[in-house]
Design a protein around this ligand. Sequence first.
Ligand code: UFG
Length: 339
Amino acid sequence: MAEDEILVVGGAGYIGSHMCKYLRRRGYRPITLDNLVCGHRAAVQWGPLIEGDIGDRAVLDRIFTGYDIKGVLHFAAYTSVPESVADPLKYYRNNVASTVCLLQAMVAHGVRPLIFSSSCATYGDAGGKALTETHPQQPATPYGRTKWMVEQMLDDFGAAYGIRAVSLRYFNAAGADPDGRIGEDHRPETHLIPIILQTALGQREFLSIYGEDYPTRDGTCVRDYIHVEDLAQAHHLALVRLLDGGAGGKYNLGNGDGFTVREVLDRARKITGETIPARIEARRPGDVPMLIGACEKAMSELGWRPEFCDIDAIIQTAWDWHRRHPDGFADRDKGGAAG
Ligand code: UFG
């Protein structure tokens, strides 16, 4: 029997590439569309790569006519919260306008199932509580607003054109492929765990801790770190449901537990055995004190069972990747902020 072909937009990026590996293992054929602004050619190992942009309708038409695409997984977005504050135009153009183009093409070609990479950045301040899916959506940054806009568009496109979408609101994606073949490689890197590990490798002089005067247990921001492999598992479960004709929905994906910047640093010091120097600096624009997800809905409705819940396991898999690939993927010449 032919394998189901799934279009993975942003499949050369961090989460997208882990998804392609997971899909392949489950008997699908991932077709990656990626403009390689943030993604890496070397990360596409489990199916063909089409180099192009989701804002390019001609490329999308070629893919939807050339392959028998059963569903779409959409990872192609810029993801840096501080960058979105400094350059919102880049975020609205790519994350919102280009997604309109993708959705138009899906409607035109009669492809209805879509899994959308949303974010907990769509929520308003939870006042220190774990966020459930019913918490008001009041994003604090342009990045969060782009994700929330697309979620609303998907509701409208569902009602009008029959698009069936699952929006997955990630908390802080982290970790790397347990087999060590792929991992996190953003250029420049802005995320906490890879920056800590680059410091452990001596590639940075010190870690900047952005603010120690937040209303948290040690004054640094609290985040809920979720392993990239567990994100892939949730996407697969959502995809199966949509391909079986099931309904869309919106789900948090996190571990329900938060760690401060200092706590993550301490764990990383133990795991790497390195000192990892750190300095306190000013708060970073767009940061909120605490983001923790209540994720029971994904567990009960999708049957999601995260396997790498321990922060040490998350840091350990990331460390294994960084240690073995100190220069990341073999395309160091590239720029771009996120992916
Ligand atoms: N941090 C530092 N020093 C650094 C980097 C980060 O102190 O060098 C701090 C940040 O200030 C923040 C925390 O570590 O308090 C986590 O920062 P990240 O940049 O790793 O992650 P963010 O929480 O800012 O954002 C990430 C993704 C978003 C997603 C969000 C959900 O980049 O796409 O998680 O929480 F929406």
